[in-house]
Design a binder for this molecule. Structure first.
Ligand code: BGC
Length: 497
């Protein structure tokens, strides 16, 4: 979208542009800023609805479970299936999403996600029996997985380079808003255990996503990959900054595509040429999860219970606002700074905040009961949170803030900008699937880990992963702020020389 060649060595600086921080060898100078046009707003709406549905469908089940259990008298095994098959569906959906995004296009893949969200919500809301409910969970999961690949990819490919960080972070903002809304809706509807409405409500934004995606532009980068230059020019005109030379833009994309090896098969994702970006993408996907975010998102209620928040109302309030609300607000910090400060600074600062706050929470848990003991401690206690409990609250809020301005949005931004166009969809899918698999493992084993090694050591383990993550980011993750997707490919070429 800018007048720079993808070839790092030949790149010319634009007037008024600033050099990126910690440049990789031969890294070019970032392009000028663009303005937000009507079409870019449409792209943004697609991204916001996709992220919002991802967050809502991920967060809503915790409050719906007790109502579902009383309607269907579920066995513990089926309760687990109802909870976790969304993750299974998301894993499969992410892999299918990558294939679809590369084959039928980014836009049509988002349309499929919208259809899956709507269908899954309706199937769950009207489920006459457990099997149908489980099918609904799987369909919703597939929607989450497809959207998790297609929406940030769509955002990364359709936003101008100088806005890309903010666009992909808007996707993360929408995830956090979705989780927050799910906590709120759970709170409102929990009195009469209206789980059908909790799960079915997602059908409305699902339909809206479908409708907006219908009119939204297709990615010119994908159209160029499919040798549809005329169509690419039409779409590029909609989203390019005013006065941009569309032909030059398309030539750069064609140039970048021509330098990539032919093919696009799954095996190509693992070629030695792309080992470096793949390592960066997978590393970020894994560190985002093994530092504990979803253990805290899913089990906040139990953690706060153990920390002495002894009424259900106090736990719901503190979880909704201290975790859900703070998560939304702090993501705004990333949106404000990601394209100015860059990805690396946010990641490095956030990981320090996460490590320190996890060490503090681990320390506080030396003085309080484990989450396992929640029920017992809640039943016995009526004194409210102790000092250690309040320290836990402050520590967790600090953790959420640190995650929300760093690993939350930056990981998705970087994963969606580092791969060459030909394999981007599939490579993003592999990273997203690994992210889901890591999320599944952490949330599945958190309570067992607490039982085996205790709460303090569990939080310290997450802190240790944050420290390792910091060192790893410092060494391996390059700054990609302000570069076009084609220029970023030049970074890897520079590094392999
Ligand atoms: C992560 C999710 C997490 C969410 C919390 C996302 O970036 O991928 O696993 O639940 O952030 O805000």
């Amino acid at each position: 979208m800018t007048a720079l060649s993808n070839d790092a060595a030949r790149a010319k600086p634009l007037p008024g542009s600033r050099p990126p921080t910690r440049e990789a060898p031969g890294q070019p100078t970032p392009p000028a800023s663009a303005s937000l046009t009507m079409w870019l707003l449409v792209v943004l709406v697609v991204v916001l609805f996709s992220g919002g549905l991802f967050g809502y469908d991920q967060g809503v089940i915790s409050g719906a479970l007790s109502g579902i259990k009383s309607t269907f008298a579920l066995s513990p095994l089926i309760v687990e299936v109802v909870t976790s098959w969304v993750t299974l569906g998301a894993l499969l959906g992410a892999l299918a999403g990558g294939e679809l995004a590369d084959r039928i296009g980014r836009k049509r893949t988002v349309l499929i996600a919208g259809a899956l969200f709507t269908l899954g919500a309706a199937v769950q809301a009207f489920a006459p029996e457990t099997l149908v409910l489980v099918a609904g969970r799987l369909i919703i999961g597939a929607g989450v997985g497809v959207a998790a690949v297609a929406a940030p990819l769509y955002a990364a490919e359709l936003s101008p380079a100088s806005w890309r960080g903010r666009f992909v972070s808007a996707y993360q903002l929408a995830i956090t808003i979705g989780i927050f809304l799910a906590y709120l809706v759970d709170g409102w509807l929990s009195a009469d255990a209206n789980w059908r409405l909790m799960l079915g409500a997602a059908a409305i934004p699902g339909v809206l996503l479908f409708v907006v995606a219908l009119v939204a532009p297709e990615s010119p980068r994908w159209l160029m990959k499919m040798h549809r230059r005329d169509d690419a020019a039409v779409e590029m005109k909609k989203i390019a900054p005013a006065g941009d030379d569309i032909d030059t833009d398309l030539n750069q994309i064609a140039d970048a595509l021509s330098k990539e090896p032919a093919g696009g098969a799954w095996s190509e994702v693992f070629r030695s040429e792309w080992r470096r970006p793949l390592m960066v993408g997978l590393g970020l996907a894994i560190f985002q999860q093994v530092t504990g975010i979803n253990a805290i998102i899913y089990y906040a209620d139990q953690i706060f219970g153990a920390a002495g928040f002894d009424t259900e109302a106090s736990r719901t309030t503190v979880t909704t606002w201290a975790i859900g609300g703070v998560n939304v607000l702090s993501t705004l910090i990333a949106i404000a700074f990601i394209d100015h400060l860059g990805r690396r600074k946010l990641l490095l600062a956030g990981l320090i905040g996460m490590a320190v706050s996890l060490i503090v929470v681990g320390g506080a848990f030396q003085f309080i009961a484990t989450p396992d003991a929640t029920a017992a401690s809640v039943a016995k206690s009526s004194a409210g949170p102790s000092t250690a409990g309040l320290v836990t609250l402050v520590g967790l809020v600090a953790f959420i803030i640190s995650f929300a301005f760093s690993l939350g949005p930056v990981v998705w931004t970087v994963i969606n900008e580092i791969f060459p166009g030909r394999i981007r969809g599939r490579a993003v899918a592999v990273c997203t699937a690994v992210n889901w698999a890591s999320a599944f493992l952490v949330s599945q084993f958190f309570l067992s880990l607490v039982g085996a090694i205790g709460s303090s050591v569990t939080f310290w383990l997450f802190a240790a992963f944050s420290v390792i993550g910091w060192v790893w980011v410092y060494i391996y993750v390059p700054e990609t702020k302000g570069l076009t997707l084609e220029q970023i490919q030049g970074i890897w070429k520079g590094l392999s020389k």
